[in-house]
Design a protein around this ligand. Structure first.
Ligand code: GLN
Length: 210
C-alpha cells in the first residue's frame, strides 16, 4: 500500500513534532510553506504556534486561499484549530476563545476522556483555546469542565491541545484513518466511473430507417 502523503503547515510553530509522529505512523510527511506544496497531498495538519502569526504569514504566501481550496481531511491543533474557526479561515463551524484557560494556568496536562476511546488521552495544553460555540454539524469528542476541546466536522478534526507532544499516537491515527477513508472513497468513485460503459450517442444503433 502506498504511504499516505500528509502535509504539515510549516510557516511557524511546532510542525516538526507532527512530522515525526506522522512518520512514526508510516505516513510520508511533507513540510508545507508554499501553496503549490499542497498539490497531491492526502491530508494536512495545521500545528500549534501563534495564530496571529499564522494568519499573517499565510496571507503573505497565499496559503490562506490555497487551504480554503484544499479539499482533503485537515487536522488543526491549538493555534491550528483557531485558524480553522469561523473568525479566521471559516472552514469549521466553531467559535473559539483564544488563551481561554487563562494566563496563570497557561500550560497544563490532563487525561481527557475521548468519545470512542477506551482509555483517556493524555493532553498537553499550552496557552490553549477552547471551543465556545459549535454549529449543528459539529461532533464534540472531548471536553474539559464542559468546554469542548476536541471536535470533528466532516473532514475536519480540531484539538485545543497538542497531541504531537506526547507518546500517545491515537489522535494522529484517528486522523490518518479519516484520510485513508477519504482516499478510498475517491478511488472507488474513480473505479466506478471507469466501469460505466460510455453511453451510445443518441440514436446510435437504432434503426432509424423505418
Ligand atoms: N495562544 C496561541 C494562540 O492564540 C495558541 C497556543 C498554541 O498553539 N500552543 O494562537
Amino acid at each position: 500500500m502506498k504511504p499516505l502523503r500528509i502535509g504539515v503547515l510549516a510557516v511557524q510553530g511546532n510542525f516538526r513534532e507532527h512530522v515525526q509522529m506522522l512518520r512514526r505512523l508510516g505516513a510520508e510527511a511533507i513540510e508545507v510553506r508554499k501553496p503549490e506544496e499542497l498539490a497531491g497531498l492526502d491530508g494536512l495538519v495545521i500545528p500549534g504556534g501563534e495564530s496571529t502569526t499564522f494568519m499573517r504569514l499565510m496571507g503573505l504566501y497565499g496559503l490562506d486561499e490555497a487551504i480554503r481550496a484544499f479539499d482533503r481531511p485537515v487536522f488543526g491543533t491549538c493555534a491550528g484549530m483557531i485558524v480553522l474557526d469561523r473568525d479566521h479561515l471559516g472552514l469549521v463551524d466553531v467559535a473559539v476563545r483564544r488563551n481561554a484557560f487563562g494566563r496563570q494556568v497557561a500550560s497544563f496536562e490532563a487525561d481527557v476522556p475521548v468519545a470512542g476511546e477506551e482509555r483517556p488521552v493524555r493532553a498537553v495544553f499550552i496557552r490553549a483555546p477552547w471551543i465556545e460555540e459549535v454549529g449543528p454539524n459539529v461532533e464534540v469528542l472531548a471536553e474539559i469542565d464542559g468546554r469542548p476541546v476536541l471536535a470533528r466536522e466532516g473532514r475536519f478534526l480540531v484539538a485545543a491541545f497538542h497531541p504531537e507532544l506526547t507518546e500517545d499516537t491515537r489522535l494522529h491515527e484517528l486522523f490518518l484513518e479519516s484520510v485513508r477513508e477519504a482516499s478510498s472513497v475517491d478511488s472507488a468513485e474513480l473505479d466506478q466511473r471507469a466501469k460505466v460503459p460510455a453511453l451510445p450517442a443518441p440514436g446510435a444503433g437504432v434503426n432509424v430507417r423505418a
